[in-house]
Design a binder for this molecule. Sequence first.
Ligand SMILES: Cc1cc2nc3c(=O)[nH]c(=O)nc-3n(C[C@H](O)[C@H](O)[C@H](O)COP(=O)(O)OP(=O)(O)OC[C@H]3O[C@@H](n4cnc5c(N)ncnc54)[C@H](O)[C@@H]3O)c2cc1C
Length: 366
Amino acid sequence: MHTPVTIIGAGLGGLTLARVLHVHGIPATVYEAESSPSARAQGGLLDIHDYNGQLALKAAGLMDEFHAIVLEGREATRVLDRNGTVLLDKPDDGKGGRPEVQRGELRQILIDSLPAGTVRWGHKVTDVRSLGGGRHEVTFADGATVDTALLVGADGAWSRVRPLLSAATPEYAGTSMVETYLFDADTRHPAAAKAVGGGMLIVPVQGREIFAHRESGDTLHTYVALNEPLEWFADIDFTDPAAARARMAREFEGWAPELTALITDGDTAPLLRPQYTLPSGHRWDRVPGVTLLGDAAHLGPSNGEGANLAMLDGAELAEALAAHPDDTEAALTAYERVMFPRSAEVVTFEGAEEGLLAMLMEEQAR
Ligand SMILES: Cc1cc2nc3c(=O)[nH]c(=O)nc-3n(C[C@H](O)[C@H](O)[C@H](O)COP(=O)(O)OP(=O)(O)OC[C@H]3O[C@@H](n4cnc5c(N)ncnc54)[C@H](O)[C@@H]3O)c2cc1C
């Protein structure tokens, strides 16, 4: 038996793995750097797809809990040009396969589904090393150690476990997001709220895209994707919100005011989020007793698939371990054989966006 499975990272991927292992009666411990489930805002909407994220939730036996947190109407999509002209306005007809949930609520469902004590909060991994024979030693920031026969790196982009398997490191993808929120938008920012509508807004301008979502209540959450080198952003002082807003406003001069309001009227300081990726098709040769999932394995462009893929990885790894109770290496080989090509297929940021737009336009034309 694979006892206990040691998972580093309580993101959606690591938690899904722990949950599906639990469904199959396999114990696991999840070590998480953050001090508690609420240590960091988990902001943002995630659309959970029927072809990956939802399959993981089915395997986790959590579909009822998932349906209970779906935000109705959020699959509506509007596409506007920079002048505010509506190119597409697709209402949510309830038949879409990508319902939206708040990330924090989804994470909480997974946490609540685990036996008490499964997640060890406040355990930041600082080092991992091979002990030979498929065993590994994990060292935490306080100097404590555990050793394990099965180690899973679910510790995201800057994984501490990845170097056991691969020399690859994330590189800047050439795009950074600037993130803002508008609260009570229907009353305080009505023009911007109308532009966004009931779900998602895309303004597909090459190198200056706007993506905005209506979250719970009438909060608008905006990401502006700017294709610029890191040095370009270094010249903007994001510690000075007013200066950063003014600098952003310059990039959107002449755009419809209801669109620029999403960036310049933010109720939160603009937050810079540079995008990093691992090489496309990242993979490794089998190393006994250790594997990766989610962003640790295949950090990709922000195309709305990352969290969904991480959850599917977690579910499939658990199922592979359950299917090979006495042969960990056979389980890891079976998991990686499917995971590598799937993650390599994940399309590029631009490709994903163009694909989504083409699909929406086609539907509209029908
Ligand atoms: C701005 C933005 C928007 C996005 N929008 C979407 C979207 O709409 N849909 C979608 O599917 N994906 C989206 N993604 C991608 C998605 O967030 C990731 O792909 C997903 O979170 C990966 O899950 P994970 O479990 O692999 O890693 P993570 O969610 O990164 O979780 C890793 C966990 O490991 C912990 N950890 C890290 N280092 C250590 C350590 N040394 N010791 C212990 N614990 C550690 C972290 O604290 C964290 O809890 C978005 C990403 C960004 C940046």
